[in-house]
Design a protein around this ligand. Sequence first.
Ligand SMILES: O=C(O)c1ccccc1NCC(=O)[C@H](O)[C@H](O)COP(=O)(O)O
Length: 221
Amino acid sequence: MSTEVKICGLSTIETLDAALDAGADHVGFVFFDKSPRNIGLEQGAALVRHARGSATTVALVVDPSSERLDEIMSVVKPDAIQFHGSESPAVLNFFHARWGEAEIWKAIPVSSTEDLGALAVYLSITNRILFDARPPKGAERPGGHGQVFDWSILRDLDPELGFMLSGGLTPDNVADAIRLTHASAVDVSSGVESAPGIKDIGKIRAFIQAVRTVAREKVKL
Ligand SMILES: O=C(O)c1ccccc1NCC(=O)[C@H](O)[C@H](O)COP(=O)(O)O
């Protein structure tokens, strides 16, 4: 089965179209004002409307208030919310009770095997777990740093978990990352940019092509 691809941090119709045309399965929009990829609610709503039905639309948030979540859900109307901060299981359960139809994705920061302990806490209350590189100390945002972590930490995980791999992926390293971790999905932001927040259409296409080459290898085996 082909590895799913999420292109995160999109902010223009042009780059969103490039991702959709190249076959992205999921498209992500950042609602966090300390991010160079941050977008406004109306901008997000227009991008989500444009992508609806072609890919899963994912709104990324970091420790949002319940008012902020309500705003995003009622104006932007994404298919899924990606919680990328230190949200507790209680926050995710509260969100589910209020917005039951939306998928819940949770990012888990990884720098050592011990970090996988969080899986047991979040697995039953999420639709998808995303492993991302733990951010550098003192960083202003918990993701989107273009940093890899040691993928061998994930090597023994059950591929049936269907986890998403993230952190420092690029068109050049994503095939190796999939072969090593058997991730069922990959997520990228910096690796398909020419500068922080500026998506590069050529890199988006190259990234998705590199992911698809791994699927073709599997067919040949
Ligand atoms: O991308 C951001 O600016 C961001 C800000 C705050 C929280 C999370 C953020 N990004 C999360 C993502 O889904 C990224 O795709 C993921 O961290 C990987 O980023 P990168 O290493 O730059 O590909």
